[in-house]
Write a protein that binds this ligand. Structure first.
Ligand SMILES: Cc1cc2nc3c(=O)[nH]c(=O)nc-3n(C[C@H](O)[C@H](O)[C@H](O)COP(=O)(O)OP(=O)(O)OC[C@H]3O[C@@H](n4cnc5c(N)ncnc54)[C@H](O)[C@@H]3O)c2cc1C
Length: 313
């Protein structure tokens, strides 16, 4: 049986550590409890939102006038042809199990925070791979409590996008294809990924990772792109591989590093990370995001779009 908590403070549930209260909160440990929570939302006419690790979410200071479900089902199992993970499983657990069994697909995800469900929702990725690359199929549930099995072919994955951002389904679990490799080689890749994170990201601070998506070259007008390449010749090289202009590059060149609004600051270590200090408000983050967007648009004509998910705004 589920325990619904009224006026629950959400700030501890996200890595930004900001945000107000939610009308109702439920932690669902398994499908049965999740169905109960969905039913509760339906009966009480509440808008429903699922939270995973809270590592990519910005919750408003006003909180959320509905039901937040933290789905914590986290079983992971390995079969001959695939690995299955429930949505609440931490990505770290999936990556570690894959390594222990000599599976190489997930090596580039070493150090990627959050849950399997959150990663699929935003097609999270790192160092050249996105989670959508390895999906076989997904089990999900809709707000009527109906179960769905969705084949990879029916899922739209793009850079930091999946159609779960549009269809409102709650991801229950996913099956991933597996490729075996040399354990020593996998370990080396994982260590290199971790090392790059330690060197480039402010990991000891509170943040939600990259706040903005990188901008696809095709989204920038030819005139603005030409200007950018003239201003920063090394940008041609930086953007040649994945055809994207890194948001961190533009924010850095627009001289936002170190800029503060209230208790929030643009990280000196990684310009696309906003770090929150004690007393920070979601409103401070929202204002700083707006300032950065305006500044980058004015200086370089590039419209940055948020990667972080807004809840309750
Ligand atoms: C230090 C740091 C480094 C990071 N590095 C990276 C990186 O290298 N690459 C990268 O892509 N991201 C990175 N991130 C961002 C974040 O970790 C990822 O986006 C992660 O996949 C989010 O997972 P989560 O479980 O925390 O999602 P949450 O923040 O809990 O949720 C994000 C969104 O997913 C939805 N969601 C969550 N679970 C489900 C579900 N079961 N069904 C349907 N919707 C669901 C939520 O409703 C919300 O809209 C980083 C974050 C931090 C703090």
């Amino acid at each position: 049986m589920i325990k619904t908590i009224k006026n629950f403070n959400l700030s501890a549930l996200t890595t930004f550590k900001v945000g107000g209260k939610v009308k109702f909160f439920v932690e669902a440990e398994n499908l049965e409890q999740l169905k109960e929570a969905i039913d509760f939302a339906k009966k009480n006419k509440l808008i429903l939102k699922v939270l995973g690790g809270g590592t990519n979410s910005l919750i408003s200071d006003r909180g959320f006038d509905g039901l937040i479900i933290k789905y914590t089902a986290r079983h992971i199992s390995l079969s001959d042809d695939y690995i299955m993970a429930e949505a609440g499983a931490p990505m770290g657990a999936l990556t570690q199990l894959a390594f222990l069994r000599g599976i190489k697909n997930f090596a580039n995800f070493a150090g990627l925070p959050g849950t399997v469900g959150g990663a699929i929702y935003g097609n999270a990725g790192s160092f050249g791979n996105s989670i959508g690359d390895f999906i076989l199929d997904i089990e999900a549930i809709n707000e009527e409590g109906e179960l769905k099995k969705i084949n990879k072919k029916e899922i739209e994955f793009d850079y930091r996008f999946s159609n779960f951002k549009k269809n409102g389904l709650i991801i229950l679990s996913a099956r991933f294809l597996i490729e075996y490799g040399d354990k020593k080689e996998i370990s080396k890749i994982m260590q290199e990924c971790m090392q790059r994170r330690i060197q480039t990201q402010p990991l000891s601070e509170s943040s939600a990772g990259c706040v903005f998506r990188n901008t696809k070259i095709e989204e920038i007008s030819p005139e603005n792109l030409k200007k950018l390449f003239q201003l920063f010749p090394d940008l041609r090289n930086i953007s040649s591989k994945n055809k994207q202009i890194p948001a961190s590059f533009l924010i850095d060149k627009a001289e936002f590093k170190g800029m503060k609004v209230g208790g929030v600051e643009v990280s000196q270590k990684h310009a696309n990370f906003l770090i929150t200090h004690k007393g920070a408000k979601a409103q401070d983050i929202a204002l700083l995001i707006e300032k950065i967007k305006e500044g980058v648009k004015e200086k370089f004509g590039v419209v940055l779009r948020e990667e972080v998910q807004w809840i309750g705004f």
